[in-house]
Design a protein around this ligand. Structure first.
Ligand code: ADP
Ligand code: MG
Length: 594
């Protein structure tokens, strides 16, 4: 094999591939350029999911006529001059790669006028060649049109998703930047229709209202001021987080910005989730818009060409500052002390919904003399509880129930309005009423879906719900699934839709909250295998009887009977146990009869 240098054509396509992966990346780079140019108004228009065309218009500083050509050269940037500058980057762009990369994989046309110029410049690049560069009258700012993206890169085209899905990603991007920069007025048009707009008033709550709707925006809590100068690292957090009553089925409602750059960062997500521990139900996530300000030399944004990943020099300080700010905010909002005890990881003060430690099937333990097992509170508590439980499983060699079958049970009563106590052939059984019912409803909904025969309960009074654009879109694209679940919903004009019927199992729950959750589950790649499972799960979650509800003897008998008939009665859809067993053998040991 002969080693040779790649032609410019090939190398520029390879380089472009790293920066421009999909239409989303083009919009991201262009919007970031507009923000770097101090624009206060940015409008994005896309057609055909961005593949057909993308147009970004801003009122920023523009590019002087004699430099327009230069802007499209690789590694040409006005933002970084010396190697040291890379140590502290204050702009969103800095690599000087975006415009040349975009021009390498599409046809581009730019009209721009620099702040001090009388006339603007028009530059057209077709198939990598500049075919026009001339003066032209233009308003201050820059307009870039990108046509026929990836027309010369068939391999990329193949990996693109549907136009709807590409457009949704772009919408997420624009809304995220509207949250990062409430002082900038954003608009998004998709195929000629306005999809999103923010007022640019500078008020975060207003931006949140445009993205997530007025109701959620009103409830948002301003993050407690937190200025942390630990070890000379100056970290600040600001933004808004949702109260515990606003929760979501997935993580996509937590947005993080570092120095107002939208980033994906696991550390920040974990810090926030930890702060919510005990405030939210298990596997529910908050709504949050958080900006971290750190000195520019404390963060490396040059970890990846797409600049969405960042590395903090002092990740530990950032983590603890965010966690503390969020925790303080939540505690100030909700002064009810958190109840913590062995076996439960916490009781959410607002919902009164206990979360169950993933206990072993055989969770009894040699109680201490005082009859209480001491498990430390704090981050280790859950892990320890789990360890103790699994140790006990090994020690006890419990007579496991035959796989996938429950014995016939006789109901004895209820403990704490949460656990049903029953007697079986070999001892005593405790059933978690919520987990058990979740399993029952889950299996029922799944089978109704499979048979396309949902049981629908018409609402006496239809309910209207305001949905954000993303959910509205899912409502349209997944209409069949939603109908299959037994949700009778239709658009009602604008962002509002109307719910006329719900699956029978949801007759007693909040139809609006259930719909929102179903839509969220359908949009997320959650842990369930299929969308049927995901959707069935969110219905189950809403439809299942709550812990804390007093049940009649009849109801408890019905519950155990239905659980006995489940295909997988031993765990709820998330794998937590529905039933635990205290064998006669164990009782005899405990009472010293053996
Ligand atoms: P980078 O943003 O990394 O500098 P780009 O290729 O995205 O590289 O842009 C090259 C240069 O073009 C920028 O440094 C900036 O000077 C200029 N530029 C690009 N877009 C705009 C815009 N919308 N308004 C003003 N200047 C712009
Ligand atoms: Mg750029």
């Amino acid at each position: 094999m002969v080693i040779r240098l790649l032609s410019t054509d090939v190398s520029s396509k390879i380089a472009a591939g790293e920066v421009i992966e999909r239409p989303f990346s083009v919009v991201k780079e262009l919007v970031e350029n507009s923000l770097d140019a101090d624009a206060t108004e940015i409008s994005v228009e896309i057609r055909g999911g961005g593949v057909e065309s993308i147009r970004v218009v801003d009122n920023g500083s523009g590019i002087p006529g004699d430099q327009v050509d230069m802007a499209f050269r690789r590694f040409a940037t006005s933002k970084v001059a010396r190697a040291e500058d890379l140590e502290s980057i204050s702009t969103l762009g800095f690599r000087g790669e975006a415009l040349p990369s975009i021009a390498a994989v599409s046809n581009v046309s730019m009209i721009t006028r620099g702040a001090d110029e009388d006339a603007g410049t028009r530059l057209d690049i077709v198939e990598g060649e500049t075919i026009r560069n001339e003066r032209q009258g233009a308003p201050r700012g820059t307009v870039i049109s990108v046509q026929q993206l990836f027309r010369n890169v068939p391999a990329r085209r193949k990996f693109l998703r549907s136009a709807t899905s590409e457009a949704n990603q772009i919408q997420t991007l624009v809304t995220r930047y509207a949250l990062a920069r409430p002082d900038v007025k954003f608009t998004l048009e998709v195929d000629g229709q306005r999809r999103f707009g923010s007022p640019g008033s500078g008020l975060l709550r207003e931006a949140i209202a445009c993205v997530y709707g007025l109701r959620d925006a009103t409830g948002m809590l301003e993050l407690a001021q937190q200025l942390d100068v630990q070890d000379n690292v100056d970290v600040r957090v600001d933004g808004m987080i949702g109260p515990p009553s606003i929760d979501r089925a997935n993580r996509s409602y937590m947005s993080f910005f570092v120095n107002r750059r939208w980033v994906q960062n696991r550390t920040l997500a974990v810090a926030l989730e930890q702060a919510y521990r005990g405030f939210l139900k298990e596997r529910r996530f908050p709504l949050a818009v958080v900006n971290i300000s750190v000195p520019f030399d404390e963060v490396d944004v040059n970890a990846h060409p797409s600049k969405t990943e960042v590395r903090f020099r002092r990740q530990d300080v950032v983590f603890s500052t965010l966690q503390r700010a969020a925790r303080d905010t939540l505690i100030a909002f909700s002064p009810v002390p958190q109840v913590r005890r062995a076996y439960t990881t916490g009781v959410a003060p607002s919902s009164g919904y206990p979360t169950v430690t993933p206990a072993a099937f055989w969770p009894t333990e040699p109680f201490s003399d005082k009859g209480e097992r001491q498990i430390a509170n704090g981050p280790d508590a859950e892990r320890k509880a789990g360890e103790v439980a699994s140790e006990m499983v090994r020690a006890q060699e419990s007579p496991a129930l035959p796989k996938n079958a429950l014995p016939v049970l006789r109901v004895l009563g209820q403990v704490r309005n949460t656990y049903v106590v029953a007697e079986g052939p070999d001892g005593m059984y405790l059933i978690d009423q919520h987990a058990a019912h979740e399993r029952i409803v889950f299996e029922r909904v799944r089978s109704e879906l499979a048979q396309k025969q949902p049981q629908v309960q018409k609402l006496l009074e239809p309910v209207t719900v305001e949905l954000d654009p993303r959910r509205l879109e899912i409502l349209k694209t997944e209409a069949d699934v939603i109908a299959g679940l037994g949700l009778d919903v239709e658009p009602f004009g604008g962002r509002v839709c109307i719910i006329r019927g719900v699956p029978t199992v949801l007759a007693d729950s909040d139809p609006a909250a259930a719909l929102v959750d179903v839509l969220d589950e359908l949009s997320s790649a959650g842990e369930f295998e299929s969308w049927e499972e995901r959707a069935a799960y969110s219905i189950a979650c809403h439809g299942a009887i709550r812990a804390g509800k007093s049940l009649s003897h009849q109801e408890m008998m019905e519950l155990t009977r239905q659980l006995e008939q489940c295909l997988q009665p031993h765990s709820c859809p998330h794998g937590r146990p529905t039933i635990i067993h205290l064998s006669i053998n164990h009782l005899e040991q405990e009472f010293g009869r053996r």
